[in-house]
Design a protein around this ligand. Sequence first.
Ligand code: ATP
Ligand code: MG
Length: 227
Amino acid sequence: MVMARSVPKKIGILGGTFDPIHHGHLALAQAALEELGLDEVLFVVAARPPHKPDLRLSPFIDRLAMVRLAIKSEDCFAASDVEVIRSGPSYSVDTLQDLRHCLGEAVSFFFLIGLDAFVDLPSWKEFRRLPELAELVVVHRPGSEQSIAAAVHDVFGSDVESHQAGRWVLRGGGTVREMVMEPLAISSTEIRKGLEVGEFEEDSLLSEVAKYIKKHGLYHRRQTPDT
Ligand code: ATP
Ligand code: MG
């Protein structure tokens, strides 16, 4: 794992495939720094995401390199390769435990997640343990119709003990919080689709990342079993 500087007290954890990293990820991290008063946001690059087929994923080393390029001028952002060290699928519950082990008990964790990913939580390994390991911070994502409040009830059901001002306390400990940020309709899927046909949305990607993609020939149309 790579940390930018000495261990801070409040850390945001933003897991993703970052294939490629874009302005939506950076805006989410920046909003969390400001809204939650974080000391640092750690971009955890998913090594073997259980929900995304390997064949469609760019190599870990390229995704990590693009994250490093995108955050290099931000002192409060750091990239983590913690998931590549473990074997098998990259489960967030294991990642949070590994990070806790590395960073110690004195640090507070805030697990940053978009609504599209949050609604899938019940399919994640031991998902009910996630809010015990880190405060869950959910942001709306353009394209997700549901409200965050409805999603929290769908995901945690009768485990929701109380709710006040965009913060839900769960039975047995743990909290989920809604964070408001300016919506940005950007996704890696749309960026990849554009790049496959040679189109590139300047507003979505950092130019350094766009240069890396070009230099390394990423996202040309790939042959996969279902294409
Ligand atoms: P893909 O389309 O390949 O799934 P993505 O754009 O969703 O890529 P991920 O790496 O899957 O990016 O996302 C990592 C995390 O960042 C997820 O929790 C996701 O919801 C969140 N996220 C990504 N883009 C945005 C955005 N534009 N606004 C808010 N959250 C976002
Ligand atoms: Mg996604």
